[in-house]
Design a protein. Structure first.
Length: 556
């Protein structure tokens, strides 16, 4: 009996030990995972993150050491930096020189006696053969920068750039890594992020505001020159060891096709009537590279249906910026809202349809006020994905990326023979027949006193102004039509299909909502069955079947 009790106790103790050991291993494994995650998080920590968690008094001593030695070598660094700025920025200033000026160049350029201060340093993950660092700088210096300008009317003015205050993040790329000291062949530097740049302009011995238009034109020119000379993804290359480093220079890597379709529920900025919205779009905030839509008057739900193309230089960091404004005529336009779309979220060669929520400030992003949404169709096409289309001697080269993608989507057709005579982008047209089957709708809002509706659908082609209408179905919120309508489309790339859902009443008609879509998807896929949300209704959905019968032609 005692043997049996001892056996049972030993067995129980063994089980307890096994369970305890397993639990200990599980806890130990979780601690290791948590530690690894924490280390990975610290490795990805940005300058801004470090400044949030580390008080200034406890900031790394080596950062103070770095600032101390920068102050000592600043007189020598000032001379080198001033010469670099002169050589790189002055040609850009001339390029962006406003038409009211006949000449624009530096007569004096020194950065003064006050050295900038490093406020953060981080090392980024990078490709093999390079080291990437980012340095956050603050500078409130005493530079001596004088621009010699000459107006078209022959007036020569020395303009001093004063009261410069700058905060930003510079990126340094040490590449290629070599065995020879100092272990890298060249340094690329670029202004990765410009957080703040303030300055004032003053005519030496006079007032620049006395000459109308010069001050604003000159300030915009300086900002554009800085943006186009040292702001990311532009980079300046400083050779350290002899060699050819031209491959490090900025080069376009692809194109971004943007179709600006519409916006909805925009904030009304006008006291009388409605806003007159227009859109500015850009990847790099340069005036020459900013695209502007037409203005839609008196409308908070505008439809633009406009097409734009942009060059892309760094798909991993660049983004498309959209700014929707209210046109105030002779007064400055008032911003309604803005949005950004990271290019890294796009799949190369695949069309993406997006609704972007507008916010007041892109830095904060969070905005509790509803400023509306903007509807875009995007296509990123990297260079080199199709060598036939990337060859400038090929007749297809004149087509946009969207046109090439649509042309490739028309299967079974000899695209080369169709575009052989095309000399400009405007010569290319996608023609065909679009069949739209309105299958049904779901969860439509009730508009009658008895809690029902009498819905019907109006179908319209935006550009050609073709229109059709379904039959009316009485007393239902989930109608089933199964009606097919055919439209002859002369220009599929620039056409829009609009479907409006209405309620039929004895004494009138009430509009419930609408769906607006491009033809890009159905042209590429040839046949689409999908459910589409009805804008203007809280829960309404429209079930459609779309079919495309292609017939690409060249417009004479």
């Amino acid at each position: 009996m005692g043997f049996l009790v001892g056996y049972i106790l030993g067995f129980a103790l063994g089980i307890c030990l096994v369970v305890g050991f397993a639990r200990y291993q599980s806890v130990r494994s979780k601690r290791r995972s948590d530690l690894a995650a924490a280390i990975a998080a610290f490795a990805k920590m940005t300058i801004q993150d470090s400044r949030k968690i580390i008080p200034p008094l406890l900031y790394p001593s080596w950062l103070k050491w770095l600032n101390h030695h920068l102050a000592k070598i600043w007189p020598y660094a000032d001379e080198a930096a001033s010469e670099l700025i002169r050589s790189s920025v002055e040609p850009i200033l001339e390029q962006y020189r406003p038409v009211i000026l006949a000449a624009l160049k530096f007569s004096k350029l020194t950065l003064g006696t006050v050295a900038p201060q490093f406020t953060g340093v981080s090392t980024l993950e990078s490709e093999a053969g390079e080291i990437v660092m980012e340095l956050e700088l603050q500078w409130d210096g005493n530079p001596n920068i004088v621009l010699d300008i000459k107006t078209r009317v022959g007036v020569a003015l020395p303009v001093q750039v004063k009261n410069i205050k700058f905060t930003g993040v510079f990126r340094l790329i040490f590449k290629p890594l070599v065995d020879e000291f100092p272990c890298f062949g060249a340094v690329c530097f670029s202004l990765r992020q410009k957080k703040n740049l303030d300055f004032t302009l003053k005519v030496i011995g006079g007032d620049i505001s006395a000459i109308p238009g010069v001050s604003n034109a000159l300030e915009n020119t300086i900002r554009d020159a800085l943006e186009d000379s040292i702001s990311w993804p532009v980079r300046q290359i400083i050779p350290i060891l002899p060699g050819d480093y031209s491959y490090l220079e900025l080069k376009p890597v692809g194109t971004l096709e943007v179709k600006l379709i519409q916006a909805k529920e925009l904030t009304n900025k006008d006291i009388i009537g409605k806003s007159d919205p227009f859109v500015d779009l850009f990847i790099r905030p340069l005036r020459a590279r900013t695209k502007t839509s037409k203005t839609i008057n008196n409308q908070v739900n505008p439809i633009w249906n406009e097409h734009f193309e942009f060059l892309v230089e760094d798909v991993s960091t660049q983004h498309l910026t959209i700014r929707v404004s209210d046109d105030e005529g002779i007064q400055a336009a008032e911003l309604i809202g803005c949005a950004q779309m990271p290019l890294s979220d796009l799949v190369p060669g695949k069309v993406k349809d997006v609704w972007l929520k507008l916010v007041k400030n892109l830095e904060i992003q969070r905005d509790h006020k509803n400023r509306g949404q903007v509807h875009l169709e995007l296509l990123y096409c990297p260079f080199g994905t199709d060598s036939a289309f990337m060859n400038p001697s090929n007749p297809d080269f004149g087509l946009t990326s969207m046109e090439r993608a649509l042309l490739q989507g028309t299967g079974g057709i000899d695209s080369a023979s169709l575009v052989k005579s095309a000399s400009t982008k405007k010569d290319f047209v996608i023609r065909g027949v679009l069949s739209v089957t309105v299958i049904s709708a779901e969860d439509l809002p009730s508009t009658d006193l008895r809690g029902k509706s009498d819905p019907f659908v109006v179908l319209m082609m935006k550009k050609s102004d073709q229109k059709s209408k379904s039959r009316v179905l009485n007393d239902t919120l989930n109608p089933v039509w199964n009606q097919t309508f055919d439209f002859v489309v002369e220009d599929g790339l620039h056409e829009l299909l609009m479907l409006e859902v209405w309620d039929h009443d004895t004494f009138g008609k009430d509009k419930m909502g609408r769906c607006i879509m491009t033809l890009t998807r159905v042209i590429l896929e040839e046949e689409v069955t999908d459910t589409f949300l009805i804008d203007g209704t809280p829960s309404g959905r429209l079930n459609l079947h779309l079919k495309w019968a292609p017939q690409p032609i060249i417009r004479d």
